[in-house]
Design a protein around this ligand. Structure first.
Ligand code: AMP
Ligand code: GLY
Length: 423
């Protein structure tokens, strides 16, 4: 069969690598893709938000399955546009992708269906938000309602900071229309865990757990980024936590969406915080995490096409989802200066070291093929993933593999997975 993947990051590279392993797949296309994806798929210069062009391409090439990896096209309704033309597509429709597209929606859903999350209020009016803050407890969390590249969350320690936050999100529109509404939420403490799951509208099957490192610098210092590295599984995600989440979070979320007439098919990513009072939902995403996908997918034993088709057909209950009994760590190689400002266009050396090395992967995030070879083309450049018998081994392997790669202004964190030493 012919598969089209929509997106251009490390996540889409990891998806493409899994798709390439399926015996059922003969051709893989990616819109727009990147230099790494181009080694296993044919990249087509169509942007992820160019719905008409994507639909036309899928029709012309007779694509059997389109996989949408990114949040913006899902929230914007790309699945609906493909289905309207009779094309098969993996991902939630627009009315279900709102689970990620509107934080106010997801908070109201959790409240209505008693799914554990932080206490909150939604605001459309900045004055109402400002007066609410007068009697609030600090720190407090402000969240722009819509998509903001993972940057729309502000943790404010003082009333002053929170006032500035309301002003920048709702009045100055720092995140554009994403800030038309604001969620003000109770601040929670605890360890964070990401759990990704496949959903077919009724049945949910969770994947192995993972943990992301969002801050730019070692010791969780510096600015928030798209993610500087991940490890999987999380040793803090115990059987007890899993049992709790299955009962009170995972299935209740799928059932709540169905009850609202918003049947969810695709990936639900649960961002969880393990608080003293038990697990709480921090956020939902309607897609694989980036870079969570880079540590979770290499450990999945199933044929990804079969699992995705089961999600579309509503037969996920018949799938026995299995993961390898090992661990993986992904270290992101970024451009020095990310996420603020950085130079790009530097030639990348050493990629060939990953060829045919079992258990080692180099997923491209921001790269481009030029006459000089493959060059850096973004803030996050590569995700170096390695497996190991356990997390410690996987971490050693991943850091060793980061040394195989060279480019000017190469930057990485040195403490990805360090938290596991405390487990
Ligand atoms: P989100 O995009 O909602 O996952 O938020 C981004 C990050 O902000 C999370 O990964 C947490 O580190 C932090 N965060 C979000 N909500 C809260 C909260 N209620 N309490 C404490 N930290 C939070
Ligand atoms: N790694 C977090 C995300 O993909 O949103």
């Amino acid at each position: 069969m012919k598969v089209l993947i929509v997106g251009s990051g490390g996540r889409e590279h990891a998806i493409a690598a899994s798709v390439a392993k399926s015996d059922r797949v003969s051709e893989i296309y990616c819109a727009p893709g990147n230099a790494g994806i181009g080694q296993i798929a044919e990249c087509v210069p169509i942007g992820a938000m160019e719905f008409d062009k994507i639909v036309a391409f899928a029709r012309e090439k007779e694509i059997d399955l389109t996989i949408v990896g990114m949040d913006d096209p899902l929230v914007g309704g790309l699945i609906d546009a493909l289905e309207a033309e009779g094309l098969r597509a993996f991902g939630p429709r627009k009315n279900a992708a709102i689970l990620e597209g509107s934080k106010a929606f997801s908070k109201d859903l959790m409240k209505k269906y008693h799914i554990p999350t932080a206490a909150y209020e939604n605001f459309d009016d900045p004055d109402a938000a400002l007066s609410y803050l007068e009697t609030a407890k600090f720190p407090i969390v402000l969240k722009a309602d819509g998509l903001a590249l993972g940057k729309g969350v502000l943790i404010c320690n003082t009333l002053e900071e929170a006032r500035d936050g309301v002003k920048s999100i709702m009045m100055d529109k720092k995140f554009g229309t994403a800030g038309n509404r604001l969620v003000i939420e109770e601040f929670m403490t605890g360890r964070e865990v990401s759990v990704l799951s496949y959903v077919d509208g009724k049945t949910i099957k969770t994947m192995t757990s993972a943990q992301d490192h969002k801050r730019a610098q070692d010791g969780d210092q510096g600015l928030n980024t798209g993610g500087m590295g991940t490890f999987s599984p999380s040793p803090f995600y115990t059987k007890e936590v899993d049992d709790f989440c299955k009962k009170y979070i995972y299935q209740p979320t799928v059932d709540a969406m169905a009850a609202e007439g918003r049947e969810f098919k695709g990936i639900i990513f649960f961002g969880l915080m393990l608080t003293e009072d038990g697990p709480r939902v921090l956020e939902y995403n309607a897609r694989f995490g980036d870079p969570e996908a880079q540590v979770v997918l290499p450990r999945m034993k199933n044929d990804i096409i079969e699992v995705m088709e089961a999600c579309i057909d509503g037969t996920l209950d018949q799938v026995d989802l299995q993961f390898e009994d090992n661990a993986a760590v992904c270290v992101v190689l970024a451009s020095e200066g990310y996420p603020v400002s950085y130079e790009k266009g530097f030639v990348i050396g050493g990629l060939e070291h990953f060829e045919d090395k079992e258990g080692y992967y180099v997923f491209h995030a921001g790269t481009k093929l030029t006459e000089q070879g493959i060059v850096t083309n973004g803030g996050r450049v590569l995700g170096v993933t390695a497996k190991g018998a356990d997390l410690k081994q996987a971490r050693e392997n991943a850091y060793r593999a980061t040394e195989w790669i060279s480019f000017q202004n190469k930057y990485m964190r040195h403490d990805i997975g360090k938290a596991i030493d405390e487990a």
